[in-house]
Design a protein around this ligand. Structure first.
Ligand code: GTP
Ligand code: SPV
Ligand code: MN
Length: 581
């Protein structure tokens, strides 16, 4: 493989710091993947699964303290604190390097350093970007094979000697006390030490494609978003493309491959986690998925909730922190109604129901996107797909209606910026706590979020026909604690309403916060959904909203003068409307 001198120089520096006994340049081949798997089976990093029912599938058990993203150890190391903004952890680049350098020094001694050139985005796309990461973890290399395009294809897409994001990764001793995930957007550099977990260690994903990516996107005039991409096909065969942002473990993978409960309607999967979007020469928003695979949440993935997901992980899949059945099959809560007898839990112990779930709540599968039965034929189109609608969704047991539509682009950006959500097991810390999560980007925006809102507003000005913007919440609960909306395959009913709104055929009723489906406009054929239950799912409660907007006002207050005026004006206008309602 041809390597540029800048890449080689950086790799040499990484080796000088970490002192590996050998360096391997990865070519992304199947032989390389198979070799890594073999080595990991030998040293116990991977366990084989049932080769008849789950061919070429493996189980990885991570360190019990290394099972999710650690946001408190994740930093944006840009020039000044205010450049990172009040929602990011910040350290000066010099301090960050001084702190992490001792943990990297000699960390690869008597180990192999793998050099992984990777491409984010389809081959041949002007939007695709190159990274080169080094790591001492075979699990990371194998995962990068599945999640990105590894090898010469990456180097071929460099537009200059230094056109790559450099990523230095070492698992260190896996102690959270010696873990840091550091981003240096000005230096196109990522340092990650002390974790082997997905979002902390697969540097192409959240670190590059979102944190560094969003910072580059702002400078270059495009969007790097925590969004799935889906094509919704109607009974006439017309496909409408939508992108949807939802916080971690809040429904992107499920919606991306939804199997419709509505006859004649179907969904095509283009991406499940990240979208890179830009305005084309005609003022049309277009999107590509920079990833090559899915790193998805296992719990509650079942033939009922996500049949495509269940099918796609039956071969060539790496499972992390799931439970194991006596016949060597992976298992997680929700896969089958009852747990099979004789389970071994995610830490390798005989499972005791009293000691908690058998699979870790953030257990995951890693698999090529091409294995998804609903993968769109054009998912790797270098030109991307035209986006007609954007969705902001979050996990809220109260307040937020099932679905409503923004009045226009600015109002939609306001709704995105106003998102809050209940935390999940995808991050370490307490689960179920409501926190602000604008555009589902709170943990992933690589710069000041006030500037990010301004950037979104600016993109709108360049769009000849801005996509419609929708807000959804599959997780609203009834007084008895049950979900008001059945979700999963039934979500196609909501997607259908959106497509019909985009086409101008579905009716909506204006409320102070946006437009909700008019009675009868949400297709409920074949669904036993009493009218009063739907009404509770769609209800806009003025008192609840007024107090929610107080909290939002406080959140906005942190940004001071940087908060764009259209955002504060929209908040004020919403308050007025609620007061009048
Ligand atoms: P990340 O990979 O962390 O970014 O997560 P994600 O947004 O892709 O979330 P995912 O689709 O994996 O869903 C996470 C959890 O939410 C799973 O336990 C799902 O079963 C559950 N979930 C997804 N969609 C729905 C829905 O429509 N209704 C309900 N009640 N739960 C859902
Ligand atoms: C998320 O947490 O949003 C994920 C998993 O998609 S990770 O790659 O760990 O970020
Ligand atoms: Mn995610």
């Amino acid at each position: 493989m041809s390597r540029t001198s800048v890449v080689e120089k950086w790799v040499d520096e990484a080796a000088a710091l970490t002192r590996p006994s050998r360096t391997v340049w990865c070519d992304g081949s199947k032989a390389e993947y198979d070799g890594l798997v073999e080595a990991m089976l030998r040293d116990g990093t991977l366990l084989p699964l049932n080769s008849r029912t789950y061919p070429n599938c493996y189980l990885h058990r991570s360190h019990p303290q290394d099972v999710a993203r650690t946001e408190q150890l994740t930093y944006i190391c840009a020039g000044a604190r205010d450049d990172a903004g009040p929602t990011n952890n910040w350290m000066s680049p010099a301090d960050a390097k001084a702190k992490a350098t001792p943990w990297f020094r000699g960390s690869m001694r008597s180990r192999t350093m793998y050099v992984i050139p990777y491409l984010m985005g389809p081959a041949g796309s002007a939007m695709s970007r190159v990274g080169v990461m080094v790591t001492d973890s075979e699990y990371v290399v194998a995962s990068m094979h599945l999640m990105t395009r590894v090898g010469p294809v990456a180097i071929q897409h460099m537009r200059g000697d230094d056109d790559f994001i450099a990523g230095l990764h070492s698992i260190g001793d896996l102690s959270p006390d010696r873990r840091l995930i550091l981003h240096f957007p000005d230096e196109k550099l990522i340092w990650s030490v002390g974790s082997g977990y997905g979002g902390n260690a697969l540097l192409g994903k959240k670190c590059h494609a979102l944190r560094i990516g969003s910072s580059q996107a702002r400078q270059e005039g495009w969007l790097a978003e925590h969004m799935l991409i889906i094509g919704v096909e109607d009974p006439e065969g017309r496909v409408t493309y939508l992108a949807a942002a939802m916080p971690s473990a809040s429904g992107k993978t499920n919606l991306a491959m939804v199997v419709s409960s509505l006859p004649g309607w179907r969904a095509w999967t283009l991406g499940d986690d990240i979208a890179w979007m830009w305005v084309d020469a005609h003022g049309q928003l277009r999107a590509i998925n920079p990833e090559r695979g899915f790193f998805g949440v296992a719990p509650n993935t079942s033939p009922k909730t996500n049949p495509n997901g269940t099918t796609m992980v039956r071969s060539n899949t790496i499972f992390t922190n799931v439970a194991l059945t006596p016949s060597g099959e992976p298992w997680w809560e929700g896969l089958t109604p009852e747990p099979p007898a004789g389970l071994v839990d995610w830490q390798g112990r005989p499972w005791q129901p009293a000691s908690g779930p058998a699979a870790h709540p953030n257990s995951r599968f890693t698999v090529l996107a091409s294995q998804c039965p609903s993968i769109a034929p054009n998912w790797e189109d270098p030109q991307g797909v035209p986006i007609s609608g954007l969705i902001f969704g979050s996990r809220r047991s109260a307040v937020i209606p099932l679905v409503f539509e923004a009045f226009d682009w600015t109002h939609g950006v306001f709704l995105g910026s106003a998102m809050s959500t209940e935390t999940t097991a995808a991050i370490t810390g307490k689960v179920g706590v409501v926190r602000r999560d604008p555009m589902a980007m709170l943990p992933f925006c690589g710069y000041n979020m006030a500037e990010y809102f301004a950037h979104w507003l600016g993109i709108g000005q360049r769009l000849s026909k801005p996509p419609r913007i929708f807000r959804v919440n599959w997780f609203r609960r009834d007084a008895d604690g049950s979900f008001l909306w059945p979700g999963y395959g039934e979500n196609m009913r909501v997607l259908k309403w959106m497509v019909e709104r985009i086409r101008g055929t579905a009716r909506a009723d204006e409320t102070p916060i946006g437009s909700i489906p008019a009675p009868g406009s949400l297709d409920l054929q074949g669904l036993a959904m009493p009218a009063d239950r739907l009404a509770r799912a769609l209800r806009v409660d003025s008192a609840e909203w007024s107090s929610a907007l107080d909290d939002l006002g406080e959140f906005y207050g942190q940004f001071g003068q940087r908060l764009p005026a259209p955002i504060s004006k929209t908040l004020a206008a919403t308050r007025r409307k609620l007061g009048a309602a």
